[in-house]
Every structure is written in C-alpha cells, then in structure tokens.
Design a protein around this ligand. Structure first.
Ligand code: CUA
Length: 294
C-alpha cells in the first residue's frame, strides 16, 4: 500500500503547494498594485462578482471530493484484508509485542513474515492502549484491550523493517519495538518449523531486548529506573521492608514474575505486572542471560 498512499499524499501535497504559491503571489501582487498611492487617494467602490464567489465554492469542493474519493478507496483497501491473508496474532503489552503463528509458534519482538503474500495482523492488548505502526509499510492501527483490531500488509522484498508503538503507554513506550523480518516464501516455511538452537543465555539476551527490559534495567551498572543487571546474580539484595536475600535463580524468577513482592531499597514499585505472564521457559532463558552480566 505504501506506493498508493505516497501517491495520494504527494497529490494533496502538490495541490497545496500550487494553492499556497498562488495565494502568496496574488497577495504580494495586489499589495503592490493596489497600495495607497497618496494621502488624498480614495479608491472606487467595488462590488463582488457572483461568478468569482461561485468559483470559490465549487473549485475547492471539487478538489476535496477528488481527494476524499481517492482517499476513501485506499482506506477501504487498507481496512479489509484479502481473504487469502496469512493471519498472525499480535498481543501488545507494557512494553513488548508478542506474535503467535497458526502452528502455535510464539515469538516476542520479531515479526517473521513471508514475502509476496498478504499478512493480516489480528491484534489485541493485555493492558492499556497501544498502537501498531510499521512506517515503511504505511500501516498503523490502534491495539485495544478486550477487543480485536486488524491491519494487513504485503511485504514485497526480503528485508527487515521496524515496528513502533505509537500510543503513549507508559514509561518504556519508546522502547516498545519489534522488527519485521521478511523471508522468501520457502525460507519462511523453514523458519516456521525450526526451533531456536542457540544457548539459553543467548536466547535470553534476545528476550531481554524483545521485552524492553533494558529500558528500565541497565547492563553496564548505571542507574536508570530499576536496578542494574550488572553483578546482580549472587549479590546481596536489600529490600524496602528491611529484609534481605541473596540473588539466586529463585529470587530472580520472583523478581520478574512478581516484582511487587520484594522491592529493592531505594527504587519505586513500578515494574508492570505484565511480566508475570512471561512463559516459564522464557523466564529461565532471561535468568541465564542475567547470570552472564557480571
Ligand atoms: Cu505500547 Cu506505546
């Protein structure tokens, strides 16, 4: 749809340029041509022209109807996915995108799609309003809790593109990103059937990024919104209620899925409850990754 939307955009743009330049040129010309030439000069009385007035109504009306008709046609095309579309479910939550494929495969933060085939996103939210936006495809659609919304696109070449959230949804809204990865059709089938055979900590590092953990937790020791992950595993934790614990796997699991239970001294209790819905094997992978950040 990008080519069609751009064409329409530039049509409106160039019509606006022509009108703007015309109005400015006429204004400058009239300002000079009909300026007051002397103190005693009294201009003749001018009556309006009925034809000119009519033209000022009819011409803009025609222009706006042309733009409306073309725009509405494109809007309909964008709104209704072709029946042959490949359907991928998307769930937005603070602050990640989860994608589920027809065979049950689930991926966070990466949207793998086949080239040259219409793809329909069936989307909902687990918490607040989000908005699914792929600028290069010119598609954008709000994602709401307790409701499905839909958007479709057809990728024309194997490449990667960015997904943004464009509805302000809290602290890490700007970190709520994903990547569209377009595969040639046969490679897509291979990808769909393949598991991830990287080591757990490498998978965990991808999940750490896909779940936007890094927008609140640094990995280099610096303090942002939450405690840093650097040197966390094995360290002694001091909690706001005066208790302490050693950061072992059990503590890390609880700190991810039930963060409000033990709040680290000096930090606000702001980690969203969304992370309690992470899959247990994903939590394990993220913990394995955290253990490597020393
Ligand atoms: Cu989700 Cu902004």
């Amino acid at each position: 749809m990008a080519a069609e939307i751009d064409w329409l955009f530039y049509l409106v743009y160039w019509i606006s340029v022509v009108i703007f330049v015309g109005v400015m040129a006429a204004m400058i010309y009239f300002a000079i041509r009909y300026r007051r030439k002397s103190e005693s000069f009294i201009p003749p009385v001018v009556h309006e022209s009925k034809y000119l007035e009519a033209a000022m109504i009819v011409v803009p009306l025609c222009l706006s109807m042309v733009v409306f008709t073309l725009g509405f046609q494109s809007y309909l095309k964008l709104s209704i996915a072709p029946p042959s579309s490949y359907v991928i479910e998307a769930v937005g939550s603070q602050w990640k995108w989860d994608f589920t494929y027809p065979n049950g495969k689930q991926v966070t933060g990466e949207l793998h799609v086949p080239e040259g085939r219409p793809v329909q996103m069936k989307m909902s939210s687990m918490d607040v309003l989000h908005s699914f936006f792929i600028p290069q495809f010119r598609v954008k659609q709000d994602v709401l809790p307790n409701r499905y919304s839909s958007v479709w696109f057809q990728a024309t070449r194997p490449d990667t593109f960015e997904v943004f959230c464009t509805e302000y949804c809290g602290t890490s809204h700007s970190g709520m990103l994903a990547t569209v990865i377009v595969h040639p059709a046969d490679e897509f089938e291979q990808w769909l059937d393949a598991g991830d055979d990287r080591p757990l900590d490498a998978q965990g590092a991808s999940l750490f990024q896909a779940n936007a953990c890094g927008s609140c937790h640094s990995v280099d020791g610096s303090r942002i919104i939450g405690p840093t992950m650097k040197g966390l595993f094995g360290s002694e934790r001091q909690f706001a209620d005066g208790t302490t614990a050693t950061a072992d796997e059990e503590y890390l699991r609880s700190a991810i899925v039930a963060s409000a239970l033990q709040i680290v001294e000096g930090y606000p209790n702001v980690m969203p409850a969304t992370y309690s819905t992470l899959r247990p094997d994903d939590v394990t992978k993220i913990i394995e990754y955290i253990k490597t950040i020393q």
